[in-house]
Design a protein around this ligand. Sequence first.
Ligand code: ADP
Length: 537
Amino acid sequence: MQDSQLSLDTIFRRAEQFFPDKTVYTGGPAPTSTTYAEWAARTRRLGGVFDTLGISSDGRVGTFAWNSGRHLELYFAAPCTGRVLHTLNIRLFPDQVVYIANHAEDEVVFVDRSLLGLFLPLLDRMPLVRHVVVMNDLPDGAPSVEVPDDPRFHDYEELLAAASPVEFHVEDENQAAAMCYTSGTTGNPKGVVYSHRSTWLHSIGVLTNAGIGLHETDTVLPVVPMFHANAWGLAHAAPMAGASLVFPGPDMSPQGILKLLKEQDVTLAAGVPTIWQGLLPLLDGVELPKLRRIPCGGSAVPLALSEAFRAKLGKPILQAWGMTETSPVATSSHVPTRDQGLPEEEQAKLRARQGLPLPGVEVRIVEPGSIEPLPWNDEATGELQVRGPWIAAEYYRPDEGVELNTEDGWMKTGDVAAIDQYGSVRLVDRTKDLVKSGGEWISSVELENLLMAHPAIKEAAVIGVPHPKWDERPLACVVLLEGASATSEEILAYLAPLVAKWWLPDAVEFIDEVPKTSVGKFSKKDLRTRFADYHLS
Ligand code: ADP
């Protein structure tokens, strides 16, 4: 067979040639709509802009931006001209953004006007950034931070209007296309570099029905940010499929998302559980007949959430699992033919699993520190390890000493899982979130899922707190639904018949909100700090 290059310019040309009429819509206060034909012409001119600005032929192009049509132009113009797209996570702490931009050696940063106020105070600590290109996502006359009178600053549309289009050609499929830093729960954030080849193959994986399953007939709404883990590959897979795209722009409110779902006839919408949890109260009496698939991941999808979507919209959530280091989609949880006759509650339990690996991805579980695989009986639990063509072999600058892979070439995920006889993964916890009581592990995730199915509970996070006898015992931190009431005794009595006796949390604390990380996951680190001195007797 011929050995052709799996590079992103082939995806770009496919959208340009075969799907010129498909649309890219961006919401927010200044909505825009464009076609793939216009998008492609602008993307080619953006390639010219990098030359005008003198960006090195393999230079890092930073973005500090919401999900938008312009961000999609950057997603292709950078890698298709040999540069490396580096999406900066706008929700990280300022020091981390500075660290990441410097570590990646970004030469230019493209910033949404609505985010300029966040970005400007950081710029002077990024000595390598020679240019800042402002993308105006606000309506005329809207109050906003002034663009400084400084030769480093440029206007996106002005640069584009003056630039010449370029031809895209990528020599080597193994060259870097993009990079993304993980939030770094311990130590500094770590960079993951995606190649053209890995991104191309991941896009195909996402396209398959075993992955997320996009069609040419879809209108795809990636609520999941383009600044974190590649918007789960949707920004590549949609142009590849010829599906239209809808982006939220700066308006990530539940009302804004619902408006897009309704008015743009969205058929596939993907986001983390927090997003769908936020939308839930707005869904009474709402009909979204076109919406056919709701992929969700990034943290465990509570069974109750998926079932609430099934009750309200007739569509359950499709759970997927992955990490920044796995491009990110690595498993997804479709109910197989074998189980489609099962009662709905049983099918719901299957959907609460993380599911089967995508084609090309392999999984195993091992005892920590060993490379001996554990049995697939859904009981044995161990560290989940993965391998495949879009799984990272190492972090950017591996000399910094973080080993990502085992000696026999599997990636260590830091997640603890069981696998059933059919190969379906069930995540039990993250290694660092397990509660260790008297030497035995308790799954905080499983307790949280049960708690969140309680009718009075909106959110629940379980953490381990020090205990004089057992080392650690579970503490349930609970947020009640507005207007609902429940006592800790009632909550514990509700849990008691559902879990082993020694799993029952020792106490329930009522809190106003579970603290969230930059991408909307429960931040147990913050809760652990808050309850570090919690006294259990
Ligand atoms: P971080 O959360 O450290 O910023 P990532 O966004 O890459 O990094 O998150 C990856 C982690 O998110 C996984 O290791 C896993 O713990 C968690 N995760 C992702 N998807 C799921 C899922 N469907 N169910 C449970 N946990 C998930």
